[in-house]
Design a protein around this ligand. Structure first.
Ligand code: AP5
Length: 206
């Protein structure tokens, strides 16, 4: 899943993973889990993630390599937030070739920068279930135990957008050239985005 911060990659990746019985691998979730639990990896990446920068490629690729070899990936996986640089994309191609696998589709969820800021400042996540909500667009239930991500402050959001435009957006052309890109309008309502996305994934898988 390719797209700017707040495009809805996490929201949609969970839906695709469930529908097609795939593992959901979010590098951002893995980093946040490690930061929360104060692991060695967490200590290494905390300052970078909280300030909106990108974790070094080598570290991120090693983590995904390990994760892709876990048993729940046997049917395949939805990669959410990875790759994020051309070096990561090259490493992924090599890694998948070694595993005898390949990329079926690269959904690019397109959303304008103004919308990103609005979405991320209203985002809340349920600590217990990991479900993603928005105070206005996707209101949480009353009993949810909500948290506001540290990197969802306006200054950090702008930093993440800058990182996205300089380092990740070149992957749009990268995957377009390989005939793998499927552009999805991320500014429709969540259900409509899902319907368009699931249709594209189904077509790519058949
Ligand atoms: P990561 O967790 O991947 O963050 P991100 O890419 O910035 O994406 P987000 O999780 O913020 O947004 P999303 O697109 O998943 O949107 P969501 O579904 O939540 O990465 C965090 C950090 O980890 C990075 O900054 C970096 O430091 C590090 N990192 C991670 N991967 C890395 C890598 N590969 N290399 C190096 N560093 C890495 O939706 C957002 C909000 O909008 C929610 O409130 C949701 O309810 C709402 N919403 C969703 N869809 C809609 C819709 N259609 N209409 C209205 N509202 C909607």
């Amino acid at each position: 899943m390719l797209g700017p911060p707040g495009a809805g990659k996490g929201t949609q990746a969970k839906i695709v993973a469930e529908k097609f019985s795939l593992a959901h691998i979010s590098t951002g979730d893995i980093f946040r889990y490690n930061i929360k639990n104060d692991t060695e990896l967490g200590k290494q990446v905390k300052a970078i993630v909280n300030s909106g920068g990108l974790v070094p490629d080598e570290l991120t690729v090693a983590l995904v390599k390990d994760r892709l070899q876990k048993e729940d990936c046997v049917n395949g996986a939805v990669l959410d937030g990875f790759p994020r640089t051309t070096a990561q994309a090259d490493a992924l191609a090599e890694l998948l070739a070694d595993l005898g696998s390949s990329i079926a589709i690269v959904p690019y969820v397109k959303v304008r920068d103004e919308e990103v800021v609005e979405r991320l400042s209203g985002r809340r996540t349920d600590k217990r279930t990991g479900k993603i909500y928005h105070l206005k667009y996707n209101p949480p239930p009353h009993d949810a135990d909500l948290e506001h991500r540290k990197d969802d402050q306006e200054e950090t959001i702008l930093e993440r957008l800058e990182e996205y435009h300089t380092k990740t957006a070149p992957l749009i052309a990268y995957y377009q050239e390989k005939g793998l890109l499927a552009e999805i309008n991320g500014e429709e309502q969540i259900d409509l985005v899902s319907a368009n996305l699931l249709r594209a994934v189904e077509a790519a898988a058949s």
